[in-house]
Every structure is written in structure tokens, then in C-alpha cells.
Design a protein around this ligand. Structure first.
Ligand code: NAP
Length: 407
């Protein structure tokens, strides 16, 4: 039976970014296929030209931007073709996250700024399509406490608890989300998240001190924003994904493994009780998991390139401790819990920016993380304010580390 027409009203946080722009592109494709997705609210940071172009094309009713000082420039760019409401700063993010007419809120913000809008959208009973992994990394327990609808036993007669009000966009979590659907909790031995290994998977370790910004920004398989690209080279992104999987699927850390898989064809695997391993495979195209999150629980045709299995070679390897020290540090921060993941995220954000500014070396990212995490006294089960305070403290510590410590 052909799928029926899907009609949804979408709000997008971070519409001008890599995931945000791809979400709009997927919406256009879905509408060309006869579905009726409307874009009701958009929030962006500083890219006013792109936000104005998106407003012209999609005619949302509400726009949000980061800085009040950009308001008049945005109005100039919008001219007369868009005359709706514009809200700025945190209030703007909140207005988009809770926009009454939105059925689905796509959170494609980058960094810790994504947590409060996720919590607000959930509080307003929205379904959230979550790309902003930092929401779960720094405030997983708060996000979990805000969810009230469980998939699994109640909905599909299955035992795996996953959440209907949160649909992952991250390709690995989308893969696991799809695989876990058909399983009972007691059938799952472990989940495996795959990592491409980044651009330095085979580079001689003794040349890591010479890694340049340009080299680190060359991701072998994915086109992404700058922070996540550097985090993919250090594998910090993968450690964040482990923490994300822990909260999203309510799995203990012992049941979550990571394997390097350079081809990025297998996005997630689940090993079940009888020793079978179930896998999710697709091409490296974020539009597919974005589409799945937009149309969920329906699955509709996608124009994306199909995987030609005959041309694939699949390799897997463990994550080396010497090559990826930052990965292990952040996984440990996840296991320690409390404010440690927030500190890891904030320190990493600052250190990645310092690397991109050419103030510190590539190796300095892991060194800086190690120092800031070692200095931190964790707060167990933190409140939102304690998380934000730990975030501020870690940023300030990571900024204060002298470049010679991080060379
Ligand atoms: N890119 C991928 O392929 C990919 C894959 C999986 C998961 N993710 C996750 O998805 C999230 C987004 O990644 P991305 O690569 O799309 O990032 P990105 O390209 O850097 O985009 C970030 C978006 O957030 C906006 N923004 C940042 N700070 C803001 C603020 N304070 N107020 C309002 N808007 C703000 C930016 O606006 P301006 O650009 O206008 O300043 C931009 O629209 C991250 O958590 C990432 O880990 C990304």
C-alpha cells in the first residue's frame, strides 16, 4: 500500500547550519512528492543572509536570531517579502521551540545552547527531532525526566524503551533507533556505534604534532559543520554519541561499544542474546536520517543514492587509546556522570575553537580536556543551573590554559 500523505508543521532551531539547511532541503523534496510539510518557525545565529533567503522561500510565521544588534540588518534583508514577528536571543529560541502551531521541533543548534530549547520544546509537549547531541550529553537526565511518552510495551507491544517525543537525527542513533524498535530489552546484549576514524586513522602517531587546521577539517566521509568535523577527527564526537545513546536508549555504558568502520556504511549494530548481530546500512547522506525523523513513524521513499552492496568492503577495528586519547577521556566523563559531561563538552568547544584559531595544536585539544576534567569537582545529579555553572567554569578554565601547555 502506498504511504498516505504526511502533513506536519515544522519549527527549526539552527536552520542556517548544516543539518538545518539539509532539513529544509528534505522538506522541499517531501513536498514535491505530495506531502504537505509547512515551515512555521526558524531560528538562526548570525547568518542573516541565509535566514532571510529561507524566510522568503518558506514563509515561516516566526523568526529568531541570536543578537539584537542584527535585527535592523535582518529587516533590511527581508525587505517587504516577509513581515512576521522576529524575536532575539534566548527568548527567540524559546519562542521557536514552543511555537504553538508546530507539531515537530527540529533542534539543529550546535553546542550547549541547544539544551534549554530541547527542554522547553518537550515541556510544551512537542515531538523533538534531535540533532543537537549536546542536549543529551550535558543534560541527559533532565531531558529524560521531561519525556512522558514511551514507545515499546505501551505502543508496539515491545520491551525496548525508547521515546516517542524524541526522535534522533544523528545517523548512528537513527540507525539504532530503527534496529531497537523490533527488539525486547532482555534480548539486547550490546549496541555498537560506528566511527569513521576521521582523517588521521592511519597517520603516523609521531606526526600528530604537525596536524594543521586544514587537514583536520578534511573529513573522509561526511560534510558537516566545523566543530563536529574536528570532534570527528579527535573522536570526541563519538564519545558524545556514546553518552547520547546511554540517555536515548536507557542503556548502561557497559552495553555500548564503538568500532572504527572507515567506510561509514554500517551506522549502527545491535548484538542480541543468541549472538546474532543486526546491522543498519546506508549511504553517507544525512538527508536519510533527517527524512526518517521528519516522517516518523512513517517511512517514505527517498531520492537519495542507493547502496550498491557489491561495491562495498566493510572493515571494523577497535578505537586505539594512543591515537584517540580525547575519546577515552570523554567516555570516562560520561561514565562519571553528573557535571563531568557538561565540563567535557564546554572545554572541548573552547579548545576546538582555539585550535581553529591556530592558538593551540591538535594534540592540545586532548591535553586541555585532560587538565580541565582533572581540575573539576563533579556535582552528581545536577540541576540545570548547576550544569550551566559547570559549563561556564569549564569554558573559563579552557580559555585560561596557556598555549605552551597545549602545543
Ligand atoms: N552536520 C552533521 O552532519 C551532523 C550529523 C550528526 C549530528 N550533528 C549534530 O547536529 C548539531 C548541529 O550540527 P551542524 O553541523 O548542523 O552545525 P552548524 O552547521 O554549525 O549549525 C549550527 C546552527 O546553530 C545556529 N546557532 C548556533 N548558536 C546559536 C545561538 N546561540 N542562537 C541561535 N542559533 C545558533 C547556527 O546559526 P548561524 O550559522 O546562523 O550562526 C546554525 O544555524 C550538532 O549538535 C551536531 O553535533 C550534525
Amino acid at each position: 500500500m502506498p504511504p498516505s500523505v504526511i502533513s506536519k508543521r515544522i519549527a527549526i532551531l539552527g536552520s542556517t547550519g548544516s543539518i538545518g539547511s539539509q532539513t529544509l532541503a528534505v522538506i522541499e523534496v517531501l513536498n514535491r512528492a505530495g506531502h504537505t510539510f509547512s515551515v512555521v518557525a526558524l531560528a538562526a545565529g548570525k547568518n542573516l543572509e541565509l535566514l532571510a533567503a529561507q524566510a522568503q522561500r518558506f514563509q515561516p510565521k516566526l523568526l529568531a536570531l541570536e543578537r539584537a544588534k542584527d535585527l535592523s540588518r535582518l529587516r533590511q534583508l527581508l525587505k517587504t517579502f516577509w513581515t512576521g514577528e522576529i524575536v532575539v536571543g534566548g527568548e527567540g529560541l524559546q519562542a521557536v521551540a514552543t511555537y504553538p502551531e508546530a507539531d515537530l521541533v527540529v533542534n539543529a543548534l550546535v553546542g550547549a545552547a541547544g539544551l534549554i530549547p530541547t527542554l522547553e520544546a518537550l515541556k510544551a509537549k512537542k515531538t523533538v527531532a534531535l540533532a543537537n547531541k549536546e542536549s543529551l550529553v550535558i543534560g541527559g537526565h533532565l531531558v529524560q525526566a521531561s519525556l512522558d511518552v514511551h514507545l515499546g510495551q505501551s505502543e508496539a507491544g515491545q520491551g525496548v524503551r525508547s521515546r516517542r517525543s524524541l526522535v534522533p537525527i544523528d545517523s548512528e542513533h537513527s540507525a539504532l533507533f530503527q534496529l531497537l524498535h523490533s527488539l525486547r530489552r532482555d534480548e539486547i546484549e550490546r549496541v555498537i556505534v560506528t566511527a569513521s576514524g576521521g582523517p588521521f586513522r592511519t597517520r603516523p602517531l609521531d606526526s600528530f604534532a604537525q596536524i594543521t587546521v586544514e587537514e583536520a577539517l578534511q573529513h573522509p566521509t561526511w560534510q558537516m559543520g566545523k566543530r563536529i568535523t574536528i570532534d570527528s577527527a579527535t573522536l570526541v564526537n563519538k564519545a558524545f554519541e556514546v553518552i547520547e545513546a546511554h540517555w536515548l536508549f536507557e542503556l548502561p555504558y557497559e552495553k555500548i561499544s564503538v568500532l572504527i568502520h572507515p567506510q561509514s556504511i554500517v551506522h549502527g549494530l545491535v548484538e542480541v542474546r543468541d549472538g546474532s548481530i543486526l546491522a543498519h546500512l546506508s549511504t553517507t547522506d544525512m538527508k536519510r536520517p533527517i527524512q526518517y525523523a521528519l516522517t516518523y513513524p512513517e517511512r517514505v521513499p527517498s531520492p537519495g543514492e542507493r547502496l550498491d552492496l557489491v561495491k562495498q568492503r566493510l572493515e571494523f577495528a577497535p578505537v586505539g587509546r594512543e591515537r584517540y586519547p580525547a575519546f577515552w577521556l570523554v567516555c570516562e566523563a560520561g561514565r562519571r556522570g553528573g557535571t563531568f559531561p557538561a565540563v567535557a563538552n564546554a572545554a572541548d568547544e573552547v579548545l576546538v575553537q582555539r585550535f581553529l584559531n591556530r592558538e593551540i595544536s591538535f594534540l592540545g585539544i586532548a591535553r586541555g580536556l585532560e587538565r580541565v576534567l582533572a581540575e573539576h569537582t563533579g556535582v552528581p545529579d545536577p540541576t540545570l543551573e548547576e550544569i550551566l555553572e559547570a559549563d561556564r567554569w569549564a569554558r573559563q578554565r579552557a580559555r585560561a590554559l596557556t598555549p605552551n601547555l597545549l602545543s
